[in-house]
Ligand binder design. Structure first.
Ligand code: NAI
Length: 261
């Protein structure tokens, strides 16, 4: 049985993934602000370092895989924009870099990063935002969205996820990752009914946009449905999956971009 680190394990899709992996007999080291084996704040460099160290201490010399689900949805205000950028991008990339040697030691580790279908469905995300993330410049990434006014949160969010997917695809094929047997892939959910989406549905300012967003399959996805994809992407069936982003969104991406292929 394998040992997995799962961030965002206290809620939503991270929690569903952790539950499913545990039910299959695996050991899960959850990382979250609360209700987890490792309590850490991934919005600060110190919190991220603490999470890296604590997971390595709990896992021992090898980590068979990781699921990076901690994240925040779009919101308003400077502090919220900072949190989205810090947790969604740096809270994934820095943890993986810190765990790389332990993942390599497993010889065939698999990693699932949580991206989003906003990577393909949010138009006009500035290349400056994405470049700033990839250069590790959080302040510039956030500042580059200021012209968007009240909508800046949506652009920091989509920018953080585009940069994350781009980081993942670049790293996935480099010798230090795939050469060490580590498969990096991403799942990109659409509208999944978790506390994150529920908060947007409860907010009169965002509910309309969520409810009118086209989902050809109808309704919302479930955290358990995404957890099944995560388990599959960690399984031997996914040995040949490297650097892929799997969009699971009820058809929204195909609706907007059917000919964009
Ligand atoms: P959720 O809000 O239910 O769970 C997110 C978890 O991340 C929570 O347990 C929270 O405590 C943790 N977290 C937040 N800030 C943290 C911090 N500073 N340090 C440590 N942990 C922190 O959200 P959900 O919906 O399960 O989202 C999981 C991932 O999927 C996120 O990365 C999100 O961006 C992404 N996603 C969600 C979609 C949705 O419709 N729900 C759609 C597309 C992507």
């Amino acid at each position: 049985m394998a040992i997995y680190a799962v961030t965002g394990s206290a809620s939503g899709m991270g929690r569903a993934a952790a539950d499913r992996l545990r039910a299959a007999g695996h050991t899960v080291i959850g990382v979250d602000l609360r209700d987890a084996e490792v309590i850490a704040d991934l919005s600060t460099p110190e919190g991220r370092r603490a999470a890296i160290t604590a997971v390595l201490a709990a896992a021992g010399p090898r980590l068979d895989g990781a699921v990076l689900a901690a994240g925040l949805g779009p919101g308003k205000g400077d502090e919220r924009l900072r949190l989205i950028a810090e947790v969604n991008y740096f809270g994934t990339v820095e943890l993986l870099e810190g765990w790389r040697e332990a993942l390599a030691a497993a010889g065939g580790a698999k990693v699932v990063i949580f991206s989003s279908n906003s990577t393909t469905t949010v138009p006009l995300v500035s290349s400056r935002t994405i470049r700033a993330f990839l250069k590790g410049d959080r302040a510039k990434a956030v500042a580059s969205t200021k012209l968007m006014g009240d909508n800046a949160g949506a652009f920091v969010y989509a920018g953080s996820k585009i940069a994350l997917t781009r980081w993942m695809r670049r790293a996935a094929v480099r010798a230090e990752w795939i050469g060490a047997g580590i498969r990096l892939n991403a799942v990109a959910p659409g509208a999944i009914l978790t506390p994150l989406l529920q908060a947007q549905l409860d907010d009169p300012e965002t509910a309309g946009a969520i409810e009118s967003f086209p989902v050809p399959a109808g309704g919302f996805g479930t955290p358990e449905g995404i957890a099944a994809w995560v388990e599959f992407m960690l399984s031997p069936a996914a040995d040949f999956l490297v650097g892929s982003q799997i969009i699971v969104d009820g058809g929204t991406d195909a609706y907007f971009r059917s000919d964009d292929w």
